[in-house]
Design a protein around this ligand. Sequence first.
Ligand SMILES: Nc1nc2c(ncn2[C@@H]2O[C@H](COP(=O)(O)OP(=O)(O)O)[C@@H](O)[C@H]2O)c(=O)[nH]1
Ligand SMILES: [Mg+2]
Length: 296
Amino acid sequence: MLSPSAVPLLLSYAAAAVTGVAAFLALRRFNREETVASLRQDVRDTVLLLREPPTVLVTGFRAHGKSSFINTACRALAAEAGPMLLRAETSPPVTHSATIDRCVVRAAVAGGGSEAKEEEEEGTCAEVALVDAPALPEPGQLTRVDVEEALSGVPPPECVALVLRCGGPAKDRHAAVKKLADVATAIRQRGLQFVVVLTHKKRIKSMRQAEELRREIAFRARTDCVYFIENYTVGNMLNLRRPWATKNNLETHYTVLMIVRQCVEFAKLRRSHSVIRATDGGGGGGSGSSTRLLHC
Ligand SMILES: Nc1nc2c(ncn2[C@@H]2O[C@H](COP(=O)(O)OP(=O)(O)O)[C@@H](O)[C@H]2O)c(=O)[nH]1
Ligand SMILES: [Mg+2]
């Protein structure tokens, strides 16, 4: 039986435990926020070195989340909070209408600290050009010519983000995944590198299912650069207490910044190769540029 005098002691133990857990969670969140900030800074540093903004073509089938991915990238790159700003027009979930015109969204990459302010004053702003392209025809009708047409638009892409929905009817998903090998081959033959972005991550029910899908996609597209993401969408904005406010999600921020960083590195690699070709006719020699091939 617990003596009455032990109750205050127990209560103070409980309070200490709660405070400890809260401190631990705060520290973990702080560390994750730091990681996101340093990833963004990494993207910014590389983009500033490149001078001209790298161009990433965002392509894929209709209503798979291309425009939403661009909006998500813009939010994370600009380190925005509060209401979600939509740079690319997304289709309502019911109609699934498609983007008709190719549009280029220039995503600003925010910096931290005083040097970012100085750079802004000097007019050197870091940007990534994200091209929201009209959708590829449905998988059953997609031909090689369609993919080549998508890749040959203006501005010419330096890297491709191939967006694929992982939720939705299994039949549609299988058809899209089956076409991946053809799309990947066409992209490679253009001398471009690509990443595969799997949207609607929350629809994946288990780790096992995610791993199976990742493996199948990696096998078909012959790449390890496969990412799962839950995009920020208009649906996320329906917060009853604060309408139109979107809460940032560290996992979404982290993933989208990892994807953009990979794309920027691919663009850097492509530019350094064209410098080598231009200076010595492709006969070898180094450009002195240190491009990192990131582990996807
Ligand atoms: N739940 C969820 N919905 C998404 C995601 N990405 C896109 N959507 C929704 O899917 C629909 C089509 O997206 P959209 O970006 O317009 O597709 P696009 O045609 O490929 O540009 C929209 O209603 C989006 O709100 C995601 O990751 N998760
Ligand atoms: Mg769109």
